[in-house]
Design a protein around this ligand. Structure first.
Ligand code: SF4
Length: 378
């Protein structure tokens, strides 16, 4: 029996989105540490603005499932404190994992102590799931500024307040403020499970910077005073998936056009945009030149690790294309009619070779709008 696609069975994603919408995190209106990715977005959340856009949350939901599974395993197998709540009057959140050191662990009931205490002091861990196409970037550059800010906000809450005093974790709240010594990032590739871990000492200056960031958002009079930290829909995926995208950028001036036109108010803005365009063009040209020269130089080098980078070669295999003559023969053998559709390219070249004008007809399509920027010699 051949299996057929079924269209009547309900999609599990409908259920998954409904469950996700009921999560405490989705219902929370107070600013969460994980909301501090963009200043203006944080300001919309803080102002209680109703989201204007809905985006596909499937990747985020999958990330949550992986997150829950891994953190559950860390709790049962390693005895780490996972998803414990932290809060003060301006921000709240759940710390992915805290690995207590020996001295602190001795102050909690034995069943909540880590199997192996953190060697270099209390360690705050943040787990991030990433897709393969971001993996190289993660391994090369580590956490983003927003990811650092989030984990420092958690660590700062632990240092200044400790765990939140709430049901289920009173024994943790009794510890009071904790001396956080280390920060650990654990990146997990959600396509193949690969793990990349970075750990470093807690930096009080980073914590202060993160606190100031939140303070600044709280001092804004309106969300629109907040800085747009990303370039907008179509140019940055963070904006493409932002629930306040339309509130932030409005609708495009012409359907299908970019919304970034809202950033131009006068000729000074236009002059600046053209300067940016020219500078971008120069950087691009220089970047391409540099890359082409490096590629040519390395062409005969064997795969291997050289300094901070690993060289690997792919391709170089025979390429296969359909064999037209063999296909015609096969058609004749199998008594299939050989398609005789007009060949546009060939007809154009035939007419040009015969010195005849190629007839054209107007279509409903238009040519793409192109930009032409040259120095003004006024
Ligand atoms: S659309 Fe982009 S810039 Fe605007 S609030 Fe959202 S993330 Fe920030």
């Amino acid at each position: 029996m051949t299996a057929q696609p079924v269209e009547t069975a309900p999609s599990l994603w409908t259920a998954a989105h409904d469950v996700d919408a009921r999560r405490p995190r989705s219902l929370q209106t107070q600013l969460g540490a994980s909301d501090t990715v963009c200043e203006r977005r944080a300001a919309y959340i803080l102002a209680g603005t109703t989201p204007t856009d809905q985006s596909d949350k499937r990747a985020a939901i999958l990330g949550t499932y992986i997150h829950e599974g891994l953190l559950g395993a860390a709790r049962t197998e390693y005895g780490w404190l996972v998803e414990a709540a932290v809060a003060n009057e301006s921000i709240r959140g759940h710390v992915d994992a805290v690995q207590l050191d020996e001295a602190t662990a001795a102050r909690v009931p034995a069943r909540h102590r880590p199997l192996v205490p953190a060697e270099h002091g209390v360690t705050v861990e943040d787990v991030k799931t990433k897709s393969t196409w971001l993996w190289d970037k993660v391994r090369r550059y580590g956490p983003t500024q927003a990811e650092l800010r989030q984990v420092y906000l958690y660590a700062d809450l632990l240092r200044t307040v400790g765990f939140e005093d709430r049901r289920g974790q009173r024994y943790l709240a009794k510890l009071g403020p904790l001396e956080v010594a280390r920060i650990r990032f654990r990146f997990v590739n959600r396509d193949n499970g690969e793990e990349h871990i970075e750990e470093f000492p807690f930096d009080p200056n980073e914590a202060t910077r993160a606190r100031w960031w939140v303070q600044r958002v709280r001092e804004l009079n309106t969300p629109e005073e907040g800085r747009r930290d990303f370039d907008g829909p179509g140019l940055d995926a963070i904006c493409d998936y932002c629930p306040f995208m339309t509130a932030c950028w409005g609708l495009p001036e012409r359907p299908g056009g970019p919304v970034q036109t809202v950033l131009i108010h006068d000729d000074a803005d236009r002059a600046q945009a053209l300067e940016d365009y020219v500078r971008g063009h120069e950087l691009e040209t220089e970047g391409k030149r540099l890359k082409k020269l490096a590629r040519a130089k390395i062409d005969a080098s064997p795969a291997g690790v050289y300094g901070a980078n690993e060289l690997a070669w792919t391709g170089g295999n025979p390429k296969y294309v359909p064999d037209v003559e063999a296909m015609v023969d096969l058609h004749e053998i199998a008594r299939i009619v050989v398609p005789m559709l007009p060949d546009e390219k060939r007809m154009v070249s035939n007419l040009k070779a015969a010195g005849l004008a190629v007839p054209e007809k107007k279509t409903s399509q238009t040519t793409p709008k192109t930009i032409n920027v040259k120095p003004y010699k006024g």
